[in-house]
Unconditional design. Structure first.
Length: 306
């Protein structure tokens, strides 16, 4: 290849940047650091890599809701769009602390007490705290190494009954085993709207399961499910129990449906992956395979035995 041809095929700065960002953003759960290392080696351009990483890592961390330990070991913080206070700052409602996050290194580099305006009112906090306690018990039973948090995303200044407010429950769990060539994750987000006038609570759940097997291959699973439900407004403790029960029901039902569908993979899904018709556009008569004889066809074609 001549120098002129090589220059024509050379990717531009923006093309390299977009390709690098795409690979980073589409990394399976727990694998972005491995992908980043490979991209950095392939690019051989620190400027392109640093810009791609600065753009991709924050979005990846929030979409995967990664959990980071606070520097003072006083707790953990979930990096989500719901906990984001400002650029690189994320609140942990349980400890009323705000963590400063280095997205590329995926670590907390500092922590500070949350300001009053960053926390919900005492009335809202009563509901949030009660629900957080119940969800934590459920997650501890249902998801090994699972983490959760409850945030107030609307109406945090409400001081008493009479106004609507919204809480969000975030649950995530992962099982990372790169030495065995497999990683998996669970993420669920529950938007919970308290409607005072109707004395009802509406729930909207989004669940996502991801898995990656890469021993001598590359197989990925990305399954999503959404659901809705309603209940009535009760006291903070009673509401927490009721809402957790609804969340448990829907998540258990979805996990059971996944398990059932995957148990039928060999007999249904994999069979459906086969070509419906051969290149002759004629179905093979599996019910009467005796009509086919390779020996007979060869004998007839070559005129043997006449």
């Amino acid at each position: 290849m001549s120098d002129d041809e090589a220059s024509e095929t050379e990717l531009s700065y923006n093309q390299k940047l977009e390709i690098a960002k795409w690979f980073l953003l589409n990394s399976p759960a727990g694998e972005i650091q491995y992908v980043a290392k490979d991209i950095k080696a392939v690019l051989k351009d620190e400027t392109v890599y640093n810009e791609a990483a600065a753009d991709a890592f924050p979005s990846y961390n929030k979409s995967h809701m990664i959990c980071l330990q606070l520097p003072n070991r006083s707790g953990d913080v979930l990096v989500t769009s719901f906990s984001e206070v400002s650029e690189n700052e994320y609140i942990d409602p349980r400890t009323a602390q705000v963590a400063v996050v280095d997205h590329v290194k995926q670590s907390c580099i500092d922590v500070r007490p949350a300001n009053d305006e960053e926390l919900p009112s005492a009335y809202i906090e009563e509901y949030r705290c009660a629900l957080d306690a119940e969800i934590a018990k459920y997650v501890g039973e249902a998801y090994p190494k699972g983490v959760c948090s409850v945030y107030c995303t609307n109406g945090r200044d409400v001081e008493e009954p009479g106004s609507d407010f919204e809480l969000v429950v975030v649950i995530c769990a992962s099982r990372l085993s790169p030495q065995n060539f497999c990683n998996g994750s669970w993420r669920s987000i529950w938007n919970i709207v308290f409607k005072d006038e109707l004395q009802s609570v509406e729930l909207r759940g989004k669940m996502q399961v991801g898995a990656h097997y890469f021993e001598e291959g590359n197989v990925q699973l990305d399954a999503k499910h959404e659901c809705k439900d309603t209940t009535i407004i009760q006291s903070p403790d009673d509401s927490a129990v009721s809402l957790t029960s609804i969340i448990r029901h829907h998540e258990t039902e979805y996990l059971n449906s996944l398990q059932t569908s995957y148990s039928y993979l060999p007999d249904s899904t994999f069979k459906d992956l086969r070509r419906k018709l051969p290149v002759t556009r004629t179905l093979f008569p599996w019910h009467n395979t005796m009509q086919f004889s390779l020996t007979r066809d060869i004998t007839k074609e070559l005129g043997i035995g006449k």
